[in-house]
Design a protein around this ligand. Structure first.
Ligand SMILES: CC/C=C\CC/C=C/CC(=O)SCCNC(=O)CCNC(=O)[C@H](O)C(C)(C)COP(=O)(O)OP(=O)(O)OC[C@H]1O[C@@H](n2cnc3c(N)ncnc32)[C@H](O)[C@@H]1OP(=O)(O)O
Length: 277
């Protein structure tokens, strides 16, 4: 994997990211024959790089390939961050080829997680902004820690960017048009209590969230697969087909938006502020 980095990237990359290059990025375990746990494990914040999203997709496919498995819990190895969303460094002065590839992988991640035959339970024990919220919303059921300082939502506008149209659609489908309109415009990050009120999450629990997530996975896994999957396809099929048809148009929109000089300056400033904290 390292050999694919440019010489400049190899010189400037932090030792922590270098060690990430050797990590598995996700861990899979099977607490019972019908249930898998997919743990995100990309320190420091589980951000979604090209390699991370590809790895999650590969892992979901691996889990799906066992016909006995009916439910998958998505969790984080980080005790206070579910996922910090897209890896912002992927959008900071990228090459066009890498940026387009990155976005195709993010699309595939959404399509794979949103359409899997598995029942998917998000165990959100920590912050879940932007792409983290996308991961959670792509699951069938969301359980979040009640810890008041945690935040979830789509904060893209705060970075000077916009959510893609399909993420906007997912947000509208999940929380309704008016709440989505305000939430997207303001780049609003909700507390767990607020997230429950608008049904962005289904349940709040005191940590550890995983214990309840495993119980819910058991319940979902007990529903006969054929009918459960048929109803999932009925509800999600149209959105999946729409993006399948518009993938390259969406890649072009993303590339043109991100490569704009003003947007690049905004991303640079956002990254600097994050590192200064
Ligand atoms: C046309 C446009 C189309 C599509 C738009 C694309 C859609 C984008 C959606 C996204 O997902 S954009 C990413 C949005 N994510 C965020 O804004 C989250 C930013 N991060 C945070 O708010 C915080 O890091 C945190 C609340 C998640 C955790 O806080 P804390 O525990 O205090 O950690 P640090 O802030 O100190 O972060 C540690 C370390 O990690 C780096 N980092 C954080 N988030 C990201 C990220 N998303 N991508 C890359 N790197 C990130 C941060 O800079 C720190 O790095 P150091 O080197 O300074 O240690």
């Amino acid at each position: 994997m390292l050999s694919r980095l440019s010489p400049l990237a190899q010189r400037t990359i932090s030792p922590r990211l270098l060690s990430n290059a050797q990590r598995t990025l996700v861990n899979i375990s099977y607490p019972s024959p019908k249930i898998a746990v997919l743990e995100l494990d990309r320190p420091p914040v589980n951000s979604l790089s090209l390699e991370m999203s590809a790895k999650i997709v590969e892992s979901i496919k691996e889990i799906e390939s066992n016909p006995e498995v009916q439910a998958m819990v998505l969790k984080s190895s980080n005790p206070k961050i579910f996922s910090a969303g897209l890896d912002i460094t992927e959008m900071n002065r990228p090459t066009v080829a890498r940026l387009e590839d990155f976005w195709r992988n993010i699309q595939t991640l959404f399509l794979t997680l949103y359409s899997t035959r598995l029942s998917t339970i998000a165990s959100i024990d920590g912050h879940s902004p932007a792409g983290g919220c996308l991961l959670a919303m792509s699951c069938d059921y969301r359980i979040m820690s009640a810890t008041p300082s945690y935040k979830i939502g789509l904060n893209e506008t705060k970075l000077g960017i916009a959510a893609p149209y399909w993420l906007k659609d997912l947000f509208v489908t999940t929380i309704g048009y008016r709440e989505a309109e305000v939430g997207l415009a303001l780049g609003k990050l909700y507390s767990p209590k607020e997230a429950l009120e608008i049904k962005l999450v289904d349940e709040l629990v005191d940590s550890p969230v995983i214990d309840v997530a495993l119980k819910r996975a058991d319940e979902w896994a007990s529903i006969p697969e054929k009918g459960r999957v048929a109803s999932k396809v009925m509800l999600r099929g149209a959105m999946i087909q729409d993006l399948e048809e518009k993938r390259e148009m969406d890649v072009g929109w993303f590339r043109d938006f991100i490569m704009e000089e003003g947007v690049q300056k905004g991303i640079e400033g956002y990254l600097k502020n994050l590192s200064k904290k």
